[in-house]
Design a protein around this ligand. Structure first.
Ligand SMILES: [Zn+2]
Length: 100
């Protein structure tokens, strides 16, 4: 979880850097009063895109949490790893059993 959070944070920082770079580029290309609305539009579009990505990611992790909370879990028949994918992430076996 801590590693995921750190990755999430660094990704947010990366996006802030990208949007800063884009706005700097726009202000270099277009004189200031005209560049401002374009920068705002770019920021809105970028934040919308980032939110969409984050929502998708959170939805994925949410389904994982839901799976562990609803007392139905899948265990690999081969190595016993708990997972909810079509094939085992550890050994790749498609054989799995339902457990609690
Ligand atoms: Zn396995």
């Amino acid at each position: 979880m801590i590693g995921n959070n750190r990755q999430f944070l660094s990704q947010q920082l990366m996006w802030i850097g990208i949007s800063l770079g884009i706005s700097l580029g726009i202000s270099f290309l277009i004189p200031f009063p005209f560049s401002l609305p374009i920068i705002i539009i770019v920021f809105i579009m970028l934040s919308y895109y980032i939110r969409n990505r984050t929502m998708k990611k959170m939805g994925m992790s949410g389904s994982v949490f839901g799976g562990s909370g609803s007392s139905i879990s899948y265990y690999c028949m081969n190595c016993g790893t708990k997972h909810d994918q079509s094939s085992c992430p550890r050994c790749g076996s498609k054989m799995k059993r339902v457990g609690s």
